[in-house]
Design a protein around this ligand. Sequence first.
Ligand SMILES: C[S@@+](CC[C@H](N)C(=O)[O-])C[C@H]1O[C@@H](n2cnc3c(N)ncnc32)[C@H](O)[C@@H]1O
Length: 214
Amino acid sequence: MSIQSAIVDQFKRPSGLVGSLAGWIMTQRPSNRERNRWAVALLDLEEGDRVLEIGCGPGLALGLVADRVSAGSVVGLDHSPLMVAWARRRNKAHIDAGRLEVRCGAIEDLRSVSEPFNKVFSVNVVQFFPSPVEDLRLIHGIMQPGGRIVSVHQPRHRGATGQEALSFADRLLEQKHRAGFVGLRVQRLPLHPVEAVAVLGEAGGTIAESHSQP
Ligand SMILES: C[S@@+](CC[C@H](N)C(=O)[O-])C[C@H]1O[C@@H](n2cnc3c(N)ncnc32)[C@H](O)[C@@H]1O
């Protein structure tokens, strides 16, 4: 395996030294910073929101959200202990103030979550979901009806094209529809080296059947 593909692999679950390099790239790369800012803007935050970020990585977006949600709460979830440590370190002031919690866990762990969130988002994570429709149903199950979901994606592999970003958005639109989300729409952000897409929607009124509370 080349060094480059070893680093790319690390974006799925950063660990060890190469994972630290991937985490450093996430915090420094202008396109990553920009698409995190965009995702937060699309959440249309209000101060009492209860917000969940799935796959928070080093926690770039969590701080931006916690700055805006003074009377609500923010939870970041990531299955990489390394990234959880980075996100906690980066956002220590918000954690100490009781506004933010960073949990180590995978998407499947949402089965044991009972608090309803009214805003859920992710940035370059949905492509790693093991079973996208099932996982989106899990997310639907922990959302307040009418709550907003925002998933931002920018293809970052070598030779990625804008057409790939749009095809990804089309697939995700269909998957979210099957998971029970409504009002689905796609937004686009011109970025270097390739545009980013966001698929937004709201949780429909009924809890999807596959979600089981503990
Ligand atoms: C490409 S990174 C993006 C990180 C962050 N959202 C950002 O934009 O800076 C993907 C992150 O999602 C996490 N991740 C991937 N699959 C996951 C899963 N099934 N459950 C929880 N976290 C996951 C990885 O550990 C990694 O930190």
